[in-house]
Design a protein around this ligand. Structure first.
Ligand code: FE2
Length: 366
């Protein structure tokens, strides 16, 4: 049910921060392979002794890669326990203090009380709350700031510029949570953050002969933020969510879906740069036109790149999933192009999960 009063207005995703083993090399990978452009840097040269952070941007998507510089600290421990993974989903707000007050009074656990930071470019107010696993939301208020990224960062000037691959903005970010915990986090997003439930999939929707999961999609007042929450469901074999939990060690972000307005071009470019995607059986394309009707793209082009299609009442969408982008079978990206459809590719779940099972069986984790 839509509440007329949005107590947590969110302008968009501000950035996504990954804690990684080697931020310099991670940044180079996302720069070179995905075409993100250098934006800002913090580390020894900016007076930090314990960490380095590289910030990259493409379209409206900002990614931050942070690693520890010495010994044991929060970042090195996180990287050791979980492997490279998402620590912060930062949300761009008009009022970070109010965002923190409204969410903590509704039961959110504080991660950071509202804090002002300054440099010659102005002031940013940041606050934060904890969500599933060790993941957090930061609220970023930057209306009085015009620096490259945040106070403490310097603009990252690089002579090495890669071509963008057409990624525009974050469409949705999926969290994997433990057995029986989906509804707890759905309630959290509803009650603590004022989100609405967009759609729900049970294990009958998302299952193959062997594995199953359940999912509910939560969205904020202006629909700019969409967070599907997955939990494993019982099946004959181990589901992808269970595999994720085994390797990540706790709940966390499973995938980030990024919008492009030309998926064939984007995926062709990413494949040229060595990005690997889940393989779709050729038979998928034999019945695709029957299933989704006529579309603008040539089926042969979709088949060539392994792009999936699905239709709902409002239009259709094209989507594809990378193989894991880190050592562990945890984090991956989705590339999505929406042509009217606002759904999440329910018609592709079976084909997709069979493709994931094939990868799991190669890893011996099915
Ligand atoms: Fe997705």
């Amino acid at each position: 049910m839509k509440d007329n009063f949005d107590f947590l207005p969110i302008l968009g995703t501000d950035y996504i921060e990954f804690y990684v083993g080697n931020s310099k090399q991670a940044a180079y990978f996302y720069q070179t392979a995905f075409g993100f452009q250098p934006l800002a840097y913090a580390g020894l040269e900016t007076g930090l002794m314990d960490r380095s952070s590289y910030v990259l941007q493409q379209g409206k998507i900002r990614l931050v890669f942070t690693s520890a510089l010495q010994g044991e600290n929060e970042i090195s421990r996180h990287a050791m326990e979980h492997g490279d993974g998402v620590k912060v989903i930062a949300l761009w707000v008009d009022d970070a203090t109010k965002s923190w007050v409204e969410t903590t009074k509704r039961g959110a656990e504080s991660y950071m009380a509202p804090t002002a930071t300054n440099d010659e470019f102005g002031e940013v107010i940041t606050s934060g709350i904890r969500i599933y696993g060790e993941t957090v939301h930061l609220f970023i208020e930057r209306k009085n700031y015009n620096g490259a990224f945040l106070p403490g960062f310097k603009a990252w000037e690089s002579d090495y510029i890669t071509q963008p691959t057409g990624l525009k903005y974050v469409d949705h970010m999926v969290g994997n949570v433990g057995w029986g915990e989906m509804n707890k986090w759905v309630d959290f997003y509803a009650n603590v953050m004022g989100f609405n439930q967009l759609v729900s999939f049970d294990d009958k929707d998302i299952s193959t002969e062997y594995t199953a999961l359940m999912s509910k999609v939560m969205t904020n007042g202006n629909d700019r933020i969409k967070f599907p929450i997955n939990e494993p469901a019982a099946g004959k074999k181990k589901s992808q969510v269970e595999e994720y939990l085994d390797f990540y060690g706790t709940s966390g972000v499973q995938h980030i879906a990024m919008e492009t307005d030309n998926i064939i071009k984007t995926v062709g470019e990413l494949r040229n740069r060595g990005i690997e995607f889940l393989e779709v059986p050729d038979q998928y394309y034999d019945i695709v036109e029957e299933r989704v009707g006529s579309i603008d793209e040539k089926i042969d082009n979709l088949k060539k790149f392994g792009i999936l299609v699905d239709r709902d009442d409002e239009g259709y969408l094209l989507q594809i999933f990378t193989k894991p982008l880190v050592d562990r079978p945890t984090l991956f990206f989705e590339i999505i192009q929406r042509k009217g459809a606002k759904s999440f590719g329910k018609g592709n779940f079976k084909a997709l999960f069979e493709a994931i099972e094939l990868e799991q069986s190669k890893r011996g984790t099915l």
